[in-house]
Write a protein that binds this ligand. Structure first.
Ligand code: SF4
Length: 477
């Protein structure tokens, strides 16, 4: 869970003269959810609310929830209990719950957790100010709770006035929802089918960010490679969108997440050719067993995935490939698990998020297979794979020692008096610097490495990177 930067007032936030109260947002889950929280913050600041520095200052607490794994749902109830205790000292405090859990559980949330004042769906973020007012009125009348707006997911994306939590990095949603229906995944049920934003809207948003001197844009979607499939125009696809975006003077363009079934040779070519597309690809493999991949409905084989890795490494020099893996998917045998180990050894990922399978009611796997691998066995497989990936990550990081890397300085590191930033291929680097370098691109020599990342020393101060010159590409809207 993130007590995201949105919990703190962004230095560039437009603070309205009118102050209707202070809000504090807890975010669970992926970067798409973090961006949704920026949308919530934008809606509330436009309506006259202000971000709170910390929980103690807040009049309104929002939980932006995720349902991909089981633990965040349990965590939601325990955190709601803590907020209920705070209400005893602060009678004004309201708790609202949104995100995937709200979309799926709706009024059941009130029954499970009486401390919740209002619930809002994934498509009801723009109604937050009205919901807060209704919840306040109900409270004043002595009828707290049970204020709810959860609509069906609409055909179009909800456009929100995002309040970016950084002055130099911004997230831009290009798709929402997913039509793939992998057997273990709840996303299509809680966020709906694939909806792609029109390319013109995305280009306008990124151009506006470039005019405000943003250095890095991260394009977001559950499966960015499926971009455009729902727009019924064969000329609009993710590779075209990327090429069009590289015309905009932004130093770094990133994207997440990619899908092995949908990524095309064209996307790989754009990554290799264009200077401002970063050399990082997060592409979830989930398993190395073809039988398990079929049961997961992933649409590729281990061999196809390894071919993809080979092609990426050939066409995108220095690419850092990271992944997601699930261990203990129902019916996964020791032989299946060994196939995953073999794939991890061959692919040599720069990093991996490895999870134990957690059954999600409503998904195909839940009804078809239930949860057949005992939890101790899942834990054993998790530990073996984590250890292997740690070793590979460490080795890959050590190979970087002595390299000169371009780093975007993001802010203070956890280690006191040090700063941290990210290389183009998304490695974290810790180094000695001064506050004025935050938000700048610097050149840095890598001096040491660990599993967690790289250490380095700045060798040259901010510079403007030459923007790539290339043929103009037109995306028809
Ligand atoms: S591609 Fe599969 S795992 Fe990813 S969001 Fe879609 S259904 Fe879920």
């Amino acid at each position: 869970m993130l007590h995201s930067a949105l919990s703190k007032p962004a230095p560039f936030a437009i603070v309205k003269a009118m102050n209707k109260g202070r809000f504090y947002i807890f975010t669970w889950g992926c970067q798409m959810n973090e961006h949704k929280s920026e949308g919530m913050a934008g809606v509330l600041t436009e309506a006259g609310y202000q971000p709170a520095h910390d929980l103690a200052q807040a009049d309104i607490v929002l939980f932006n929830t995720c349902m991909v794994r089981e633990k965040p749902v349990d965590k939601l109830y325990s955190e709601a209990g803590k907020i209920a205790m705070l209400k005893e000292e602060n009678a004004r405090l309201l708790l609202g719950v949104g995100g995937c859990v709200a979309q799926a559980l709706k009024e059941r949330l009130f029954r499970k957790s009486p401390g919740i004042d209002f619930v809002f769906g994934s498509s009801n973020i723009s109604e937050l100010p009205q919901l807060i007012e209704r919840a306040r009125r109900e409270r004043a009348l002595g009828r707290p709770g049970w204020v709810m707006a959860v609509d069906k997911i609409p055909d179009r994306l909800e456009e929100l006035p995002y309040l970016h939590s950084s002055r130099f990095q911004a997230k831009v949603t290009i798709t929402e929802g997913c039509s793939n229906f992998c057997s273990f995944c709840i996303v299509p049920y809680t966020t709906g089918l694939l909806r792609s934003r029109p390319p013109g809207d995305i280009l306008s948003e990124v151009s506006a960010l470039a005019e405000k001197n943003y250095l890095e844009v991260q394009l977001l979607g559950q499966n960015v490679d499926s971009y455009g499939k729902d727009l019924q125009n064969p000329e609009i696809n993710f590779a075209h969108l990327l090429r069009a975006l590289t015309e905009i003077p932004i130093s770094r363009i990133r994207f997440t997440s990619s899908h092995p079934q949908d990524i095309t040779d064209d996307v790989i070519a754009v990554m290799g050719e264009e200077n401002n597309i970063c050399e990082h690809l997060h592409i979830a493999v989930q398993s190395g067993s073809n039988r398990v991949l079929e049961d997961m409905r992933r649409g590729y084989t281990k061999e196809r995935f390894l071919e993809l890795v080979r092609s990426l490494k050939e066409h995108v020099p220095g690419v850092n490939i990271t992944t997601d893996i699930i261990v203990g998917f129902p019916t996964e045998t020791e032989a299946d698990f060994q196939e995953t180990i073999d794939l991890v050894k061959k692919a040599r990922f720069g990093g991996a998020f490895i999870f134990k399978y957690s059954p999600r009611p409503g998904t195909i796997a839940f009804y078809k297979h239930r949860d057949t691998v005992p939890s101790e066995e899942k834990q054993r497989r998790l530990e073996i794979l984590l250890e292997l990936q740690k070793q590979i990550t460490h080795e890959e990081n050590c190979r970087r020692i002595g390299e000169i890397a371009e780093v975007l300085v993001e802010g203070p590191a956890r280690q006191e008096e040090f700063f941290m930033g990210k290389t183009r291929d998304h490695k974290t680097v810790v180094f000695s610097a001064t506050e004025d370098l935050v938000g700048e691109l610097v050149s840095l020599r890598v001096t040491d490495a660990s599993v967690a990342g790289l250490m380095g020393e700045v060798i040259s101060r901010p510079h403007s990177l030459p923007l790539p010159c290339r043929e103009r590409v037109t995306v028809r809207v």
